[in-house]
Design a protein around this ligand. Structure first.
Ligand SMILES: [Zn+2]
Length: 49
């Protein structure tokens, strides 16, 4: 599945807005355009650091 598909089906956990998230490739996070909530796009990366 493509990254675009991944974002298309992502819902903000804070405000519940669907398809409002965009990926910041520099920080590896997704940010909600509705409420500004940020979350790691790939939380499994960096674990066990
Ligand atoms: Zn939100």
């Amino acid at each position: 599945m493509t990254l675009a598909h991944f974002l298309d089906n992502l819902r903000c956990a804070l405000c519940g807005t669907l398809n409002a998230l965009w990926l910041d490739p520099v920080w590896g996070v997704v940010e909600c355009q509705g409420c500004g909530q940020r979350a790691l796009a790939f939380p499994e990366i960096g674990e066990g650091e």
